[in-house]
Design a protein. Structure first.
Length: 641
């Protein structure tokens, strides 16, 4: 049964009585058919037509707990306000996807009535991101649509992809083979940890709804738009790169196709804790994160086949990603233990929520003080304006342009990743494709050699993508071609439109392209796109732009990424610098933390590290003893009994 919540009792404050017949949510009939009318007080007040109670007095609910809840005022379950009482049907990820399969489109989450848990929402984040914005509960919440910087671009204005009708756009695989895929790696000034934090952060903010059911090149379905290989393609034996279109938001035929974000848009460590209140049950133990011990070291619990169980199902994609998940689980438990010692009168729930809030702040400090300056260079201070406090009018939602193009920085992936011991000696060197999904390598080696290895090699400049992920990965897999096709699937406008949005001159002639200095590259683009700058894909134009100054990426992607992180900060009521999120002493303590401090605290035997975790340090010459790296002082969190 879908969306069954037998133990959920929802509180409604308005009398049912003889008010007008209400149907306030598109999923009312679906939930009614699932039996929710007799279990769910919210349904009785908001889905009267589907429940067959229009104009009638509210029928008695067979569950006495529900009757009791419906007729009493809302109040916190605990005096410390650390518990949110459910006030609506909030689906799990499995329930959301199951409903999508049945209906063929994705429904947005129900709005959350923030006032019914006012004390909780004032102090803590909800798991699904709702009620961060108290005026509009779904801003930045999970199971809502991506926002758009520009209107969608489809052939028919509704959802037909460019590139499918002949001559509207070139084949993505042709673009990949002759322009983007390359064995040549140009080193950037930043190390490979930049790539790894970028992926880790991406999984905190965004998860595109895609069921990936188009696995056969011969499948006939409007959502199957696979990319076929040309006759002279070296991978032609596989026929195609399978491609499933992203799920569209249910609109009843109104407006162009929009896509859905399954994660909270906020930088809140939701990839650790999940984006719904049910997920945490799988990896939480009271105030602590559940772990398994290997050689007396903590790792996230396994879910079979050596895969880790975390708040995001993608945590096993690469050994470096799994290593970051591991050390942040360890950090949670370390902080929760110390908070419990400082505040023995706190409940387990409050200790957990306070720790979770601190962990979100850690992610923000590292992102804004270390990662973005390394990615965008010195221009980051101009692109991301100074913080002036929380602004409830700002929508922190992830933009389609960010998720489907600008932040797909897969060009930073190197071909080989070293294992490096505490004396900075390389004891192994493994291909990326052999470390993808290989959590066993992390369990065997521990986190230290993996993370130290990431700090010793440079990230690849992302203007081209290694052939390992276009030619060698999973036989018929091609990440570059999928990225191009995904931009068209999501209706992104052309490269020139975003240049104009970012204050750059539109390209009229490929020979006059300031951000691409190599004439051979400009000629190749002109040949592939038939001398038509106006049809150049955003992803393609943005990725081949040359970096400006000390940035790692070109100006168009820099603009879109900076725009996102500005809104992610300004629209987040719990951003760590906000005076309402933390006390002055707590903010000062948080501002001192760094990714290096996390690694020092959570490594198995990490005696020294470079103070800036995103700077290349091949021999350890820039490293300092971990004792010199500032740690988080938790004294400002101590409260009197």
């Amino acid at each position: 049964m879908i969306l069954t919540v037998a133990t959920l009792f929802l509180v409604v404050t308005a009398a049912f009585g003889q008010q007008p017949c209400r149907e306030t949510h598109q999923l009312c009939k679906f939930w009614a058919d699932s039996g929710e009318c007799m279990r769910n007080g919210w349904m009785l007040n908001n889905c009267q037509q589907s429940c067959g109670t229009c104009g009638k007095s509210r029928p008695p609910n067979p569950d006495p707990a529900v009757n009791l809840a419906i007729n009493r005022p809302i109040r916190p379950q605990s005096p410390d306000c650390a518990t949110e009482i459910p006030t609506r049907v909030a689906p799990t990820l499995a329930q959301y996807r199951s409903a999508l399969q049945q209906q063929g489109c994705a429904r947005e989450a129900q709005p959350n009535v923030c006032a019914r848990n006012q004390c909780f929402h004032e102090k803590y984040r909800s798991f699904d991101g709702s009620c961060n914005n108290l005026q509009n509960s779904l801003k930045g919440a999970a199971y809502t649509q991506f926002v758009r910087l520009l209107d969608a671009r489809y052939v028919d204005g509704m959802g037909a992809m460019f590139g499918l009708p002949p001559d509207t756009s070139p084949n993505p695989r042709i673009i990949t083979r002759f322009l983007i895929s390359s064995k040549i790696a140009i080193a950037s000034k930043a190390n490979a940890m930049l790539m790894q934090w970028g992926q880790f952060l991406s999984h905190d903010m965004t998860h595109n709804t895609n069921l990936n059911f188009c696995t056969d090149c011969n499948m006939v379905d409007p959502n199957c738009q696979s990319i076929f290989f040309a006759r002279n393609d070296p991978k032609r034996a596989f026929t195609c790169v399978p491609f499933t279109r992203s799920a569209t938001k249910c609109k009843n035929g109104r407006g162009p196709r929009d896509q859905m974000n399954e994660n909270t848009a906020y930088i809140d460590a939701s990839h650790m804790y999940g984006s719904d209140h049910i997920a945490q049950r799988d990896f939480r133990n009271g105030a602590f994160m559940r772990t398994e011990r290997v050689r007396n070291e903590q790792f996230p619990p396994s879910k079979g086949d050596f895969a880790m169980l975390t708040g995001d199902e993608r945590s096993n994609l690469f050994v470096g990603l799994a290593a970051l998940h591991t050390i942040f689980v360890r950090l949670h438990n370390r902080i929760a233990s110390e908070l419990g010692r400082l505040n023995p009168h706190w409940s387990a729930e409050k200790t957990y929520q306070e720790t979770r809030k601190i962990m979100g702040a850690y992610h923000q400090v590292i992102t804004y003080k270390e990662f973005l300056p390394a990615l965008l260079g010195s221009a980051s201070t101009n692109l991301i304006r100074p913080y002036n406090g929380y602004d409830p009018s700002v929508d922190a939602g992830v933009s389609n342009e960010f998720a489907a193009a600008a932040y797909r920085l897969h060009g930073m992936i190197q071909e080989f990743y070293p294992m490096v011991d505490q004396n900075f000696r390389q004891v192994g060197n493994t291909r990326f494709v052999d470390l993808a999904g290989n959590v066993q390598a992390l369990i065997k080696s521990g986190t230290d050699m993996v993370l130290r290895g990431l700090t010793t090699i440079p990230a690849r400049k992302p203007q081209r993508i290694t052939t390992q992920v276009t030619e060698d990965f999973f036989q018929n897999f091609d990440l570059s071609s999928i990225n191009i096709q995904r931009g068209r699937d999501h209706g992104l406008r052309t490269y020139n439109d975003y240049r104009e949005l970012c204050g750059l001159q539109r390209i009229v002639d490929f020979d006059d392209w300031p951000e691409v200095s190599d004439k051979a590259v400009r000629d190749r683009v002109a040949q592939i796109y038939g001398n038509k700058p106006e049809i150049l894909d955003l992803y393609v134009g943005g990725i081949i732009e040359e970096p400006q100054g000390d940035s790692v990426i070109g100006p168009t992607f820099s603009c879109i990424i900076a725009e996102q992180f500005t809104r992610s900060r300004d629209g987040d009521r719990f951003y760590f610098e906000s005076p309402t999120a933390f006390t002055a002493a707590q903010r000062a303590a948080l501002a001192r933390v760094s990714l290096s401090s996390v690694i020092c605290q959570t490594g198995e035997n990490f005696p020294a590290i470079t103070p800036s975790a995103f700077i290349v340090d091949p021999t350890g010459s820039s490293s300092v003893p971990c004792e010199q790296i500032p740690l988080l002082d938790l004294a400002p969190w101590q409260e009197p009994r």
